[in-house]
Design a protein around this ligand. Structure first.
Ligand SMILES: *Cc1c(COP(=O)(O)O)cnc(C)c1O
Length: 371
């Protein structure tokens, strides 16, 4: 018996989402791939980066983006060609070996890339990231323009892109994002005055949905490609057309048991049957990314009905209360995500975000792709 869950990935649904994102984009330069930088870090948010990337390239994206060189290596080994933006990895060598476009976050790391161009005998295009309020990666300090001109003057370095990242943005909460955008645009103006006009991008999924004036030359998006909304509880916002979830995740019932009223289920007796009950056991637990926090709080769809998690989620097993579900049998599907359960809803139950649900449940799943 295989443990854990299976994810069904609907690549056509993703292609549909990509089309919607392209039609959403306002302003900016006309660029190849419709000005979409497709973020496929963390194994494409648990969807499987190689096949997802190939499909996205087939449908047309401006480039792909990953967090670390090891992820880019997986793509290259999987036969993914074309431009890949490297978001957080400033080790110079892999960018040359794998043909990547690194994001640089400081003058110092830019110098390291410059020295490597000498060794490799070839120049490299980079995107410079500026910190406009995220307080994470990116150039900071009083005079980012000065630093960028210094970077641009380093031997072998071509500043092709300029980017930043919003820290706080949601429906009815645009104030800080607008401030960050203002800073970013002021910097662009300063650079342009001296003839430097890099390809500019600041919006991830939330900015793409909420702040058209921040669309600039490209949308750098992950979550909405996968058909989810980046807001609390997965709140939907009005776009012209809805996004379609790409991933369904299910496991199955390996054992059904009838318990009399008053019997405990799982560790610590946190669940005691309030009536004569039918309890289903599924071969999935927190080792499979099904959070222990779902204990007595989560639910799954079984035969089209909601079944609540009964008692503690264990490392390798979880119990669901299926009392009253007609015809329930061993071998039945237990749908953990999809079938009316959204990542946003699951996230809301345990106080996390859809990103963590996707990377955790999807990241541990075996996958089947419908193309
Ligand atoms: C992950 C990430 C994105 C994509 O964010 P989504 O909300 O999934 O669209 C964009 N830019 C950076 C720098 C990121 O780390």
């Amino acid at each position: 018996m295989l443990r854990g869950q299976v994810a069904k990935i609907d690549l056509d649904a993703m292609a549909g989402n990509l089309e919607k994102i392209k039609s959403l984009r306002r302003g900016g330069r006309a660029v190849k791939g419709g000005g979409v930088i497709a973020v496929v870090k963390a194994d494409a948010y648990g969807h499987g980066a190689v096949l997802v990337s190939k499909k996205l390239q087939k449908e047309g994206v401006t480039c792909l983006a990953v967090a670390y060189a090891s992820e880019a290596q997986t793509l290259r080994e999987g036969g993914v060609k074309g431009p890949v933006l490297l978001l957080f990895d400033e080790d110079p060598r892999p960018s040359f070996e794998l043909g990547l476009t690194p994001v640089v976050h400081s003058l110092e790391s830019s110098r390291r890339f410059s020295r490597e161009t000498g060794k490799q005998g070839s120049p490299i295009g980079v995107h410079v990231k500026v910190d406009t309020g995220m307080g994470r990666m990116g150039l900071f300090g009083d005079d980012p323009a000065k630093q960028i001109f210094e970077i641009a003057s380093l031997p072998g370095i071509r500043v092709e892109g300029l980017m930043s990242h919003f820290s706080e943005i949601g429906p009815g909460n645009l104030e800080f994002a607008r401030l960050q955008l203002e800073k970013f645009n002021a910097l662009r103006t300063e650079l342009a005055a001296k003839g430097l006009r890099p390809f500019a991008h600041i919006s991830s999924s939330a900015g793409a949905l909420l702040l058209p004036e921040a669309h600039l030359d490209a949308l750098r998006v992950g979550l909405i490609l996968y058909g989810a909304y980046p807001f609390e509880g997965g709140t939907k916002v009005k776009t012209k057309t809805g996004l379609k979830p790409v991933m369904d995740i299910k496991t199955s019932i390996i054992l059904l048991k009838k318990l009399r009223k008053g019997q405990p289920v799982s560790y610590d007796r946190t669940f005691v049957t309030a009536r004569d009950s039918v309890i289903a056991v599924a071969p999935v637990g927190y080792a499979d990314g099904y959070f222990r926090a779902f204990s007595n709080k989560g639910f799954a769809m079984i035969r089209g009905k909601r079944a609540a998690v009964a008692g503690r989620v264990c490392m390798d097993l979880t119990m669901f209360d299926v009392t009253g579900i007609k015809g329930v049998s061993e071998g039945d599907d237990v749908v953990l995500l999809g079938g009316g359960i959204t990542g946003g809803e699951l996230a809301g139950i345990i106080g996390t975000n859809t990103y963590e649900i996707m990377t955790s449940l999807g990241g541990h799943a075996r996958r089947s792709f419908s193309v």
